[in-house]
Ligand binder design. Sequence first.
Ligand SMILES: Cc1ncc(COP(=O)(O)O)c(C=O)c1O
Length: 454
Amino acid sequence: MDTTYERDLKHAASLAQDYLANVPEMSVFPSAEARAGLAGFDERLPVDGASAEETLDLLHRVGSPATAVTTGSRYFGFVVGGALPVTVAANWLATAWDQSPSSEMNSPAGVKLETVAGGWLIDLFDLPASTGVGMTTGATMANFTGLAAGRTALLSNAGWNVEEQGLYGAPEVKVVVSEEVHVTVEKALSMLGFGKNRVIKVPTDSNGAMIFEEIPTLDALTLVCTQAGNVNTGAIDPIGEIAKEAGKVGAWVHVDGAFGIWAKLLESHQQYFKGIELAHSFATDAHKWLNTPYDCGIVLCRDASMLHQAMATTAPYFRADGQNAPKDMVPEFSRRARGVEVWAALRTLGRSGVAAMIDRCCAHARYFADGLRAIGFEVLNDVMLNQVVATIGSAEELVAIRSHVEESGECWFGPTVWKGRHAIRISVSSWRTTGADVDRSLAAIEKATKVILG
Ligand SMILES: Cc1ncc(COP(=O)(O)O)c(C=O)c1O
């Protein structure tokens, strides 16, 4: 094995640049041939190692063509953001550092950057300066962490230490979710011992926002899981109203804002977020709408001490300096320094740059919806954020239209079922998407629709 970094890094940089140069014209979803080519990785474990150069070449030759081109401008699947150039570059440097920012003892630079980025996020979302912040793999774990803090707070108010005593014999916590709760929140609830089915599900309106009048009576042992950004429609629950009621009785309100909370930066969207700062914990992602590379989720908790109580670990080999070390705010102990890319994105975009990116995506989503209507689709949601849900023809015809577009390589979006109707779901989450990309994608959808429906 070669022990110099320089040659391998230069080689990897040239392969990455080659990949990125091809992105604009690559098939957005890899062709069947490229996917079949992945068999090129099916080698026996070498007895004697191969060279780094040949290993990187194989990675590029076989791996690159079989990627879904999520860094491009016409990938509209799930809610997947692109990656701003500076965040990819900062990620490379941070990987060269190979830091695990568990605490300042492990990585002074990693912790500092995460702390600065965390402070900027608090500022962006208008939360109190004392808010606790943690960085996780994604919104799944950010939801888990915020809900764990809520569990700790509710039970300790009832005189129960869940960290010490577990849930056996604990006072019962009433969990309230939307009927549109994201599956990862359900997973988080099950991991926290609340069970997926032992929850009260609140009915939603036609766009998927919880109906405030349907919220059950709250009390000091209620955990309410709200949503800012329904994964299909982008709908935002009446979080401020719910949090106001919760505040009167000591209930805890968590916000799953995996992508939607970023729209809080827009003047045009203020009505949806009125009073949201009264909620107790928030989960979001940087790898979605902030366009950092995978992976990075963020948990914010107004009472930092509850996050700390739920997540803190002590060991004789750590300095006990009373600080909120990153390892004490999230489930992971060792992990990558993912705050670096958040810092780089926020520093280079600034508040106005982030808001402009979010605004642009919302405008493109509205443009998409108008274009889809013009070619005969029915748009099923109120396009208030970056999500469009639309349908045409039968369920089978819709599958065929989607496959046709996928094979064309022009753009990619996924299927969904909205309020019982089969539909396509388009999420405009990339910094890179332009109006011309939407036009090109609409042309591909129109062509596919004509082929399938005549
Ligand atoms: C509303 C919502 N919550 C949670 C998640 C889970 O996020 P992640 O995949 O980053 O864990 C998603 C992902 O799409 C989402 O849209």
